[in-house]
Design a binder for this molecule. Structure first.
Ligand code: GDP
Length: 445
């Protein structure tokens, strides 16, 4: 996600950090480099201009001149301005005073609208709502079936046109779905509408008709972050043709340029509300401008990390681990294995580590870590006796050979695992002795 931009900005700041006092020339050079980085990432020119003007104005002002560490102050300013460009506060869904809340999705065909409808439905359900997913995209062959499959996977009810009963009229389908939602006690109606491959008057007309028929509480414009500068033109066209309240960025997993999507908020004045990062239903999250800025500037997205951890771990297990972490005592190979399995539950390990501060630059190495490595580690540990797991110091040469034979790996791999375990144990002790783990209660800080 925005990796190229992130790498560029990080290197701009790295060279800045080596400087003490900043001259005007330093600030100009930094501004120029940031400008190039943004333009290369496809951020729209007017947005870049405004952004750079704000940075320059603040960087030449008193807040930097008087700062203890001027370079860091500049990074802080860039972070704050980036959050601002991305929308400032996190914008949540506004629910209607009387149910159902009607949410309508609009966007081009292929933007990921239908997939997003499934993701949003799943997420809303997990938040305690009873959404109804409505298939009002009658244009694209299979769209109705796709919604039905998604609804089933998300465990969410679907409203689709019945054959011979208003088929072909998405406005009718949308209107009926609201009545149905009232009767069936759904508190949210989520309407998927038809898109076209390009901007098209008929599509806009149809979306506007649906809008007028159901008067949505929220219209979300869904846009593929990979389409470059077209994201801005498309957003403008939908704003004029249908209007919308919020933006959903999709395919943010694709990297690189994606910067045009960063321009959408600034150009349309509408907040980015959700981000979609893959093809699976769970590849979806609320868009937090501050966290996204933190990621782009490689300041680590520790909040997201902690939230994901909370979702993946059961509370008892987490509490047990926290105590172990905090004491640094009795940390055994079984705990080591359990800890690795927990980390694995968090998803691909590269993504996880990429969220830690300073890790962005290590992304390449991280990408090479394979989940299969973890399977091998598990196999090695499982070939040990309980006594060996509790007290790995007893694992001598002959034990290593036996364990290697049992788990089908080389003796060298067993040795390297044992060494890694001792390193981890040492790290635990150091944490317990001093720093504590940020965000984990009960550890010293
Ligand atoms: P629609 O025409 O706007 O309804 O688009 P679809 O929901 O059918 O999505 C078009 C294609 O994009 C499908 O192949 C989806 O699997 C894929 N897709 C949707 N969202 C994402 C995403 O966030 N990341 C990636 N990589 N693919 C996505």
């Amino acid at each position: 996600m925005f990796e190229t931009l992130s790498d560029r900005l990080t290197s701009v700041f790295t060279s800045l950090r080596s400087k003490g006092k900043l001259t005007e020339a330093d600030i100009n050079a930094t501004a120029r480099e940031i400008r190039v980085a943004l333009l290369e990432a496809d951020v729209a020119l007017p947005v870049v201009k405004d952004f750079i003007a704000r940075i320059k104005e603040r960087a030449t002002g008193a807040e930097v001149a008087q700062a203890l560490n001027p370079a860091q102050q500049v990074v802080k300013i860039v972070n704050e301005e980036l959050i601002e460009i991305l929308g400032g506060e996190t914008r949540r869904i506004r629910f209607a005073k009387t149910a159902p809340t009607v949410i309508m999705l609009a966007g081009l065909q292929g933007a990921g609208k239908t997939t997003l409808a499934g993701k949003l439905a799943r997420w809303l359900k997990a938040e305690g709502h009873a959404p109804l997913l409505v298939a009002a995209d009658l244009q694209r062959p299979n769209a109705v079936q796709q919604i039905q499959v998604l609804g089933e996977r998300a465990g969410v009810a679907v409203f689709a046109p019945e054959p011979g009963n208003g088929v072909g009229d998405p406005v009718q389908v949308a209107r009926r779905s609201i009545d149905h939602a009232r009767h069936a006690q759904h508190d949210i109606v989520l309407i998927d509408t038809a898109g076209r491959l390009g901007i098209d008057a008929e599509m806009m007309g149809q979306a506007a008709d649906i809008r007028d028929a159901v008067r949505p509480d929220e219209i979300l414009f869904v846009v593929d972050a990979m389409i470059g500068q077209d994201a801005v033109t498309t957003a403008q066209a939908f704003l004029d043709g249908v209007g919308f309240d919020g933006v959903v960025l999709t395919k943010l997993d694709g990297d690189a340029r994606g910067g045009a999507a960063l321009s959408v908020r600034h150009i349309t004045g509408r907040p980015i509300m959700f981000a979609s990062t893959g093809e699976k239903l769970e590849d979806f999250d609320v868009f937090h401008p501050d966290r996204m800025a933190g990621r782009i500037l490689d300041m680590g997205d520790v909040l997201t990390l902690i939230e994901q951890a909370e979702k993946a771990f059961d509370a008892d297990q987490a509490a047990k681990m926290t105590t172990k972490f905090a004491s640094g005592e009795n940390f055994t190979l079984d705990d080591f294995l359990e800890q690795m399995m927990m980390i694995r539950k968090l998803g691909p390990i590269g993504n996880l580590l990429g969220m830690l501060p300073g890790m962005g630059q290590m992304r390449q190495q991280i990408d090479q870590i394979d989940d299969k490595d973890l399977d091998r580690v598990a196999a090695i540990i499982r070939s040990m006796t309980p006594g060996e797991r509790d007290n790995p110091k007893i694992i001598n040469g002959s034990r290593r050979a036996r364990i290697a034979g049992g788990s089908g790996v080389s003796v060298g791999e067993v040795s390297s695992l044992v060494t890694r375990f001792f390193d981890a144990q040492k790290m635990m002790r150091q944490m317990a002795g001093g720093m504590g783990i940020p965000g984990v209660p009960g550890t010293r800080r």
